[in-house]
Design a protein around this ligand. Structure first.
Ligand code: F6P
Length: 346
């Protein structure tokens, strides 16, 4: 078969591992040929490609980023965009297209599927917010980076008797914040799923001080928000999918905590460090399993579907289910988080 592949949206560690696995299984077991489209959907619209062979995908398993590059290109916003995609994919005589991406990228895969293109999706995002899968590759690496940062902040916070606020990514889901926060032993964890209660935040850091701990660590998801002001953004611009650039809640919190408690407070925004560099062993493994499953789906003739992890098994679901809603942090983890904090009455 002739199979196209692309990586769309924000990059994450593990994209290259998926590409390598799908290409190896496709070529070595089925005699497939692969065409890589550069920079996500932009490469399809502009017909910019690279060959994906055993040679071009060799030595990339451990590399972050994506050899296919990426972009946030919304075909829906481009006049005649879908017609152009169908034309270019037809020109390459493709039997299938494998798109690696989050909800935005998969929304384009779904629309193209409905126009007869044989698409298979692979769930990619450090945010871990795609519906219908227990894990997206890239998340584990991002959490590892954020947890290490939280560990490192402890010693400097303690040395200076400071409150340190660490802002992490995740868009409208608090998966990175709650996982790195719990794993790193943060004293306060703020997620988009729960509006910020600044009095409670201050109570928790004051409690520590009154009980002999002169420093505190606060982990805040970039999407966490004060009930009055909404999410903090970098300017007012939005990307082609309508997303604002979330940034600044960490600094806003630091100022508010210092003002209310009198404790010296600093903030650090981890930003894109969470997306860069080599994938963790877990992400390499998950990405490899997804890559193999994606090419297996193509050969099974199952299109319009996304490969997913359910428990420990790789399976697949309709693309429409994956983008139906954002998967957010549930009560179970929020309860674990609260279980580690002192009660209001204490
Ligand atoms: O979706 C992944 C993500 O890293 C989000 O956590 C973050 O809000 C966004 O992408 C940042 O996007 P960009 O790289 O375009 O600034």
């Amino acid at each position: 078969m002739r199979v196209g592949m692309l990586t769309g949206g924000g990059d994450c560690p593990g994209l290259n591992a998926v590409i390598r696995a799908a290409v190896r299984k496709g070529i070595l077991h089925h005699g497939d040929e692969f065409v890589g489209f550069m920079e996500g959907w932009r490469g399809v619209l502009d017909d910019v490609t690279m060959p994906l062979t055993l040679e071009t995908t060799s030595g990339i398993l451990h590399r972050g980023g994506t050899i296919l590059r990426s972009s946030r290109t919304n075909v829906k916003k481009i006049s005649g965009g879908f017609e152009k995609c169908v034309e270019v994919l037809g020109k390459h005589k493709l039997d299938a297209l494998i798109a690696l991406g989050g909800d935005d990228t998969q929304s384009i895969s779904l629309a193209l599927s409905e126009k007869g293109v044989k698409c298979v999706g692979v769930p990619k995002t450090i945010d871990n917010d795609l519906n219908g899968t227990d894990a997206c590759f890239g998340f584990d690496t991002a959490v590892g980076i954020a947890t290490e940062a939280v560990d490192r902040l402890h010693s400097t916070a303690e040395a200076h008797n400071r409150v340190m606020v660490c802002e992490v990514m995740g868009r409208d889901a608090g998966w990175i914040a709650i996982t790195a926060g719990i794993a790193g032993g943060a004293d306060v964890i703020l997620v988009p799923e729960v509006p910020i209660d600044i009095e409670e935040v201050c109570r928790l850091v004051k409690y520590r001080r009154e009980h002999g701990k002169k420093f505190s660590i606060v982990v805040a998801a970039e999407g966490a928000q004060f009930p009055e002001t909404g999410q903090a953004t970098h300017g007012t611009a939005v990307d082609s999918f309508g997303h604002a650039r979330l940034s600044g809640i960490g600094q806003a919190l630091a100022e508010e905590i210092e003002k209310r408690t009198g404790y010296e407070t600093r903030s650090v925004n981890l930003g894109h460090t969470q997306r860069g560099g080599t994938p963790s062993a877990y992400d390499r493994m998950l990405a490899t399993r997804y890559g193999v499953a994606a090419i297996d789906l193509v050969h099974a003739g199952k299109f319009g579907r996304l490969v997913v992890l359910k428990g420990t098994e790789i399976t697949d679901i309709p693309l429409a289910d994956a983008i139906a809603k954002t998967r957010t942090v549930g009560e179970d983890l929020l309860t674990v988080m609260k279980s580690l904090q002192p009660l209001a009455s204490s």
